[in-house]
Design a protein around this ligand. Structure first.
Ligand code: HEC
Length: 310
C-alpha cells in the first residue's frame, strides 16, 4: 500500500506504458502482416513445386507410352494427404482422362487402336470460380488462387507440349497440351499462423508489463526515494534537528539539490554556533560589569562596556 502512495511513479509508469501500447500494437500488426505474407508465400512455393513435379511425372508417363494409366495415377495423387484434388483439364476447360475424345484422336493420329481405357465418364468442366486464372494458365502462365477463407489453394500449372509429345499429339498445334489444377489444403499453415499470433500476443503483454514495472521501479529508486529522504531531513530541520544530512553522492540534478541542501544545513549549523558564542560573550561581559560594583564603575566605563557588547 505504501508503494501506491508514490503516485508520481505510478503515473509515470502508466503514461509511458500507455504510449508504448499503441507502438507495440503497431509493430505487432506489422509482424502479423509479415508472418501472414510469409506463410502465404511458403504455401505458394510449395504448391508450385508439387505442381511442377506432377507435370514432369505426367510427361514421363505419356512418353513411356502409358497414357492410358494416367487417370489412375491422378486418382492416387488426389488421395495424398493435403491434396484436395488433382485434375487435368484440356485448354478448352473440359476435364481430361474422362471421355474418349483424346484417346480416339491419338489412336487415329498414330493409325492404330493402341490406347483404350476401361472406364469412360462424363467429363466435368472447370468451375466458374477458377475460370479466369485457368484461362491464363491455358495460355502458358502458371497461376495461383487462394480460396476466400484462405484454407484452400488452387495451383494451375500449364502442361507444355514438347517435340516428343507430337508423336501422339501431332494433331494439335497448341503449345499448351492442358492444365493441371491442383487443390491443396492450407489448414495446417493456418493453425501454425494462429499459434504464432497467440504467442506474439502473450510476448507483447509480457513486454508491456515488464516495461511498466521497470519504469516504476527505476522512478521509485532514482527519484522518489531520494525525494522522500530530502523531505524527511527538511521536516527534521523544521523541528530543530540539524543532525541529519542527505548525502546522496550523485552527479545528477537530484544530487545537486541534495548537496545544496546539505550545505544549507551546514551553514545553518555554523550560524547557530556563532550566535551561541556571541550570546555567551555578552553574558560574560554582563557578569563582569555586575561584579565590578556600582561605585567602582564610572559612567564612561559603563558606556564603553555597553558599546563592546553591541
Ligand atoms: C505414346 C503416345 C503419347 C505421347 C508420346 C504423349 N501422349 Fe499425351 N496422351 C496420350 C493419350 C492416349 C491421351 C489420352 C489418355 C486418356 O484420355 O486416358 C493423352 C492425354 C494427354 C493429356 C490430357 C489432355 C487431353 O488432351 O486429353 C495431356 C495433358 C497430355 N496427354 C500431355 C502430353 C505431353 C505433355 C506429352 C509429351 C511430354 C504427351 N502427352 C505425350 C498419348 C500420348
Amino acid at each position: 500500500m505504501k508503494y501506491w502512495k508514490n503516485r508520481l511513479g505510478v503515473k509515470l509508469a502508466v503514461t509511458i506504458t500507455l504510449i508504448l501500447i499503441p507502438m507495440l500494437l503497431a509493430s505487432f500488426l506489422w509482424f502479423e502482416y509479415r508472418a501472414e505474407t510469409m506463410v502465404k508465400n511458403e504455401q505458394e512455393v510449395r504448391g508450385a513445386q508439387v505442381a511442377e513435379s506432377l507435370v514432369a511425372t505426367l510427361s514421363s508417363i505419356m512418353l513411356s507410352g502409358n497414357a492410358n494409366i494416367a487417370h489412375f495415377w491422378l486418382k492416387r495423387v488426389a488421395s495424398v494427404p493435403g491434396v484436395e484434388s488433382a485434375k487435368i483439364f484440356r485448354t478448352d476447360g473440359v476435364e481430361a482422362f474422362q471421355d474418349r475424345a483424346t484417346l480416339d484422336q491419338v489412336n487415329s493420329y498414330i493409325g492404330k487402336q493402341q490406347f483404350v481405357r476401361a472406364t469412360v465418364e462424363q467429363p466435368g468442366k472447370i468451375s466458374a470460380e477458377l475460370l479466369a486464372p485457368f484461362n491464363m494458365a491455358s495460355k502458358g502462365k502458371a497461376n495461383i488462387r487462394h480460396s476466400k477463407d484462405n484454407e484452400h489453394l488452387n495451383y494451375m500449372s500449364p502442361i507444355r507440349a514438347e517435340g516428343a509429345c507430337m508423336g501422339c499429339h501431332g494433331y494439335d498445334s497448341n503449345p499448351i497440351r492442358g492444365v493441371l489444377v491442383l487443390g491443396l489444403t492450407t489448414g495446417s499453415y493456418q493453425v501454425t499462423a494462429s499459434e504464432i499470433k497467440r504467442d506474439m500476443i502473450n510476448v507483447l503483454i509480457l513486454i508491456i508489463a515488464l516495461f511498466g514495472l521497470t519504469i516504476w521501479l527505476v522512478v521509485r529508486r532514482k527519484i522518489l526515494i531520494p525525494l522522500e529522504t530530502i523531505t524527511k531531513v527538511a521536516a527534521n530541520i523544521r523541528q530543530g534537528d540539524l543532525s541529519n544530512s542527505i548525502e546522496l553522492n550523485r552527479d545528477d540534478e537530484l544530487g545537486l539539490v541534495a548537496s545544496t541542501f546539505d550545505l544549507l544545513v551546514h551553514d545553518l549549523k555554523q550560524k547557530i554556533l556563532h550566535e551561541a558564542d556571541q550570546r555567551k560573550c555578552q553574558e560574560a561581559i554582563t557578569d563582569a560589569v555586575i561584579s565590578l560594583g556600582r561605585e567602582a564603575a564610572g559612567v564612561p566605563l559603563l558606556k564603553h562596556i555597553g558599546e563592546l557588547s553591541m
